[in-house]
Design a binder for this molecule. Structure first.
Ligand code: FEO
Ligand code: CA
Ligand code: CA
Length: 560
């Protein structure tokens, strides 16, 4: 059978504008170190088979289990409290995952980074907010220390043998980064008097760099040490933390949190990138330009906050360059540049202050308020940028949408773009509250949902028909192309987060975060997943494998 080239292939499928086929090589190495499989020559016979893939979706479920569509199965790789070494344990509420093979020729052995976003005091430190409603009064230093240890991230070496991924306990690479780890600032001016700060926290989603380090993003940092707000005369006011009360024992400035943090997997060295701005960073998605300068997209997951992009002025830098914020109505990137923006000079004394107070600076410039921008992915075939807008309850946007950005002429360093809605949530489309996104090797889009635990499965709330949070796939090919198909349903109260494909496309790593979050008494938890001997719910990272993953990644077809 005659082979046809990638370009012809896409034209045959009629899916992509041929002018804009983009395969950022390192983005594809987010799961693998090879070109996407569709980049190979593909026969017409194989094309026809690609179009015939059928995914049997799941109905919504409120069962307490991780339920998977036909053709998928899972095993747990690691869960909260597991020893990763003789001295360290796996943290709580796992979110973003990122796998980097140690040897690019062996996709079955590498380092897994996992974010630990926040803690549930009832489980982690035993502080029971049903008994004591004021943590400032009743939390002990020992409890705070335990909580601080359980956020941040973990690096674990994992290997796949006989189809099962296992942690290599005590591997020299295994380590914890926590709210106690000293972290350097990648900036020349100290922030609140420091060039090295203590800890990382609120680590939600993240990203990967072209030089194969992990990015972990500090999202709802105000829950831990509070926030500094400013009155009408621009005087600072310290707002207490929303729930953790850690400042009772450790008076660390809120300005030390809310950044993108880079972790070198080989030695655990960490740095916070001030140039990327300070806000509730959901994720950070990088693109390397031809001249090796970096473009970094990041959303501020908060009602009526903004979408940002940093463009470096030097190759490989996350320090030298300009931070922009999106005006999605006029399709413009607005520079948060103190030197050249008189409006910013009126309120802030220098560029460091602009970056620390990025939200205020963005509003002064007229950035567009968005409905909680969460995860961001670059479509490897079209080069379009997809951004989950989870919801905005106050604005009655209950189900959210996915925003699509097309940079002018497909250039990622362009300062203009076109914005449109790629997909809106709701009963008709079958999903609500989009959060994490991941493209597989064939360009199918995988998406998780984040309906809040307090509203999920509740009478009178708009989320009732959707039941538990789920994982969906949006196939790129075939008769179901563009449909949103549910392929996994989470245990009670849980959220599925951090989807990441292994380099060979045969495993989807996935976090199961906060099962049983609404639990009031440990003896009567709302979930018992993952059903271990302790009889309490535990956040855990699973490996999803099976025929359906391989079919969606087109492995059988390409190799067959
Ligand atoms: Fe931590 Fe925006 O989810
Ligand atoms: Ca998230
Ligand atoms: Ca979320």
């Amino acid at each position: 059978m005659k082979s046809i080239k990638r370009r012809t292939f896409l034209s045959f499928l009629g899916k992509a504008s041929l002018g804009a086929i983009i395969v950022p090589p390192f983005l594809m190495s987010c799961g693998n170190n090879t070109k996407p499989i569709l980049g190979s020559d593909v026969s017409k016979d194989k094309l026809n088979r690609l179009k015939n893939i059928i995914v049997e979706g799941l109905s919504p479920s409120d069962n307490d289990d991780l339920i998977l569509a036909k053709g998928l199965n899972y095993h747990t790789i690691i869960k909260w409290g597991d020893q990763i070494s003789d001295k360290d344990t796996f943290g709580f509420n796992n979110d973003f995952t990122c796998f980097i093979p140690l040897d690019k020729n062996n996709p079955k052995d590498g380092l897994l980074w996992v974010n630990h976003e926040y803690i549930n005091p009832l489980f982690v430190s035993g502080f029971d907010s049903n008994v004591y409603n004021n943590p400032f009064e009743h939390k002990t230093r020992e409890q705070v220390d335990l909580e601080m240890y359980n956020v941040g991230g973990s690096i674990v070496r994992i290997k796949q043998q006989n189809e099962v991924w296992r942690v290599v306990k005590n591997d020299p690479y295994n380590r914890r980064i926590s709210a106690k780890t000293p972290i350097k600032l990648n900036w020349d001016t100290p922030v609140k008097g420091k060039t090295t700060v203590i800890g990382t926290l609120a680590n939600c989603s993240g990203g990967i760099t072209p030089w194969n380090t992990f990015l972990t993003c500090e999202e709802n940092y105000d829950g831990f040490f509070g926030e500094t707000v400013y009155d009408e005369n621009n005087n600072p006011i310290r707002k207490p933390s929303t729930h953790c009360a850690w400042e009772k024992f450790y008076d660390y400035p809120p300005e030390h949190y809310g950044w993108v943090v880079e972790i070198d997997p080989r030695n655990g060295e960490a740095q916070k990138h001030i140039a990327l701005g300070r806000f509730a960073h959901e994720c950070c998605t990088l693109y390397e330009l031809e001249d090796k300068r970096i473009v970094a997209y990041s959303g501020d997951d908060h009602n009526n906050e903004h979408l940002y992009k940093f463009i470096s002025s030097k190759p490989g830098s996350l320090k030298e360059g300009t931070l922009y914020v999106a005006d999605t109505i006029n399709g413009k990137w607005l520079p948060l540049d103190w030197k050249n923006q008189p409006q910013l000079q009126k309120k802030f004394t220098n560029q460091t202050e602009v970056l620390i107070r990025a939200r205020e600076a963005a509003k002064i410039l007229g950035a567009t308020e968005l409905n909680r921008p969460e995860d961001i992915e670059i479509d490897p075939i079209t080069g379009h940028i997809l951004i989950s807008l989870t919801n905005n309850y106050q604005k009655k946007d209950y189900h959210g949408s996915i925003l699509k950005l097309e940079e002018t002429n497909g250039k990622f360093d362009s300062l203009t773009f076109k914005a449109s809605t790629y997909k809106a949530g709701g009963e008709e489309s079958g999903f609500s509250c989009p959060d994490n996104l991941a493209f597989d090797l064939a360009g199918n889009l995988w998406m998780t949902s984040d309906m809040s635990g307090s509203a999920m499965n509740k009478e009178g709330k708009p989320y009732l028909p959707f039941k538990n949070n789920s994982l969906f796939v949006i196939p790129r090919f075939g008769k179901d192309s563009g449909k949103v198909i549910r392929v996994a349903s989470a245990p009670i109260d849980a959220e599925l987060t951090g989807p990441w494909f292994a380099p060979d496309g045969k495993t989807l790593f996935l976090s199961v975060q906060h099962p049983g979050e609404q639990t009031k008494e440990l003896t009567n938890p709302t979930s018992k997943w993952p059903f271990d001997e302790d009889n309490i719910p535990k956040p855990a990272v699973v490996a999803i494998t099976g025929d359906l993953i391989e079919k969606m990644n087109n492995l059988n077809i390409i190799n067959g």
